[in-house]
Design a protein around this ligand. Structure first.
Ligand code: I24
Ligand code: DGL
Length: 277
């Protein structure tokens, strides 16, 4: 089997944030080949109407389906919240979102049944985390809170500053009153400021990274279906990153975050490339 025939894990996101999921997949599943699409030119999805997020997500799924895939991961919380069910209806490839794994981990972790969820406006408005949590645990106390300032904060690369602490403190102040024992980081970017969020919430609040839990569930799903790549593929595997924005900007961020050199190509989700497989 040559490099490009090996079925890959397709991962999609609104931009670069989904690289938090990529990093976890690389760590937990080092033999798997990844094909990523980041819709950087239309990022952010968080404030967009749900019809738009649904349309963009379906376009990207169609783009990724031109490659041989064994699984598809919607790494973006906003896209998962809006489009997961539709995507599952329209493809025969197994599809994972980031919300169910995060919700299941929170249920395992909570000590007093008081769970908080933070995310973009789109994710919070959809109530997708609440629905996933209530499906298996109807009696939880759940409070969801949008933190629209956090994505720009992470992307401005000033997570360590006093200004960042002020933004996080004021954004989380209303949530703190609810005395949650577990907090779901329901947005791709939040693991990058997890330390700050943890300090502001207090050390007795458990933080759940949906990215980490999604990679864990992906591994379990592939193992169960006997689809795990064999170790020998680790040397052959050949990741590929597509972005709808400037490939050099994307490369700079992705290489710094993942710590290795990457193949990055510009592509528009709405026009699948041809002849370059
Ligand atoms: N981090 C993120 N997004 C950016 C950024 C960043 N610029 C610097 N750093 N820009 O997300 C988003 C808009 N770009 C995207 C690419 O095309 C042009 C427009 C953080 C998620 C990373 C997984 C700071 C930075 C970095 C690398 C790692 C971490 C980090 F460059 F915070
Ligand atoms: N990827 C998005 C999410 O996880 C955050 C960035 C955006 O708003 O597009 O919800």
């Amino acid at each position: 089997m040559n490099r490009s025939d090996q079925p890959a894990i397709g991962i999609l996101d609104s931009g670069v944030g989904g690289l938090t999921v990529v990093k976890e997949v690389m760590r937990q599943l080092p033999a798997e080949r990844i094909i990523y699409f980041g819709d950087t030119s239309r990022c952010p999805y968080g404030p967009r109407p749900r019809e738009e997020v649904l349309r963009f997500t379906l376009e990207i799924v169609r783009f990724l389906e031109q490659f041989p895939l064994k699984a598809l991961v919607i790494a973006c919380n906003t896209a998962t919240a809006v489009a997961l069910d539709e995507v599952r209806k329209r493809t025969s490839i197994p599809v994972l979102g980031v919300i169910e794994p995060g919700a299941r981990a929170a249920i395992r972790t909570t000590t007093r049944g008081r769970i908080g969820v933070i995310g973009t406006q789109g994710t919070v408005r959809s109530r997708a985390y609440e629905k996933a949590l209530r499906r298996s645990s109807p009696h939880l106390y759940i409070v969801s809170h949008a933190c629209p300032a956090f994505v720009p904060l992470v992307e401005s690369d000033c997570g360590g500053t006093e200004e960042a602490r002020r933004v996080v403190e004021s954004s989380l102040a209303p949530l703190k009153e609810h005395r949650v024992d577990t907090l779901i980081l329901g947005c791709t970017h939040y693991p990058l400021i997890a330390n700050l969020i943890g300090e502001v919430m207090g050390e007795d609040v458990h933080l759940i990274s949906s990215a980490e839990e999604t990679a864990r569930e992906l591994k379990a799903m592939l193992a169960q279906r006997n689809l795990l790549a064999s170790e020998e593929h680790a040397l052959l595997r050949d990741h590929h990153f597509y972005t709808s924005g400037d490939p050099e900007f994307f490369r700079r961020i992705a290489e710094r975050w993942l710590g290795c050199s990457l193949k990055v190509t510009r592509a528009a989700a709405e026009t699948p490339i041809s002849g370059s497989l």
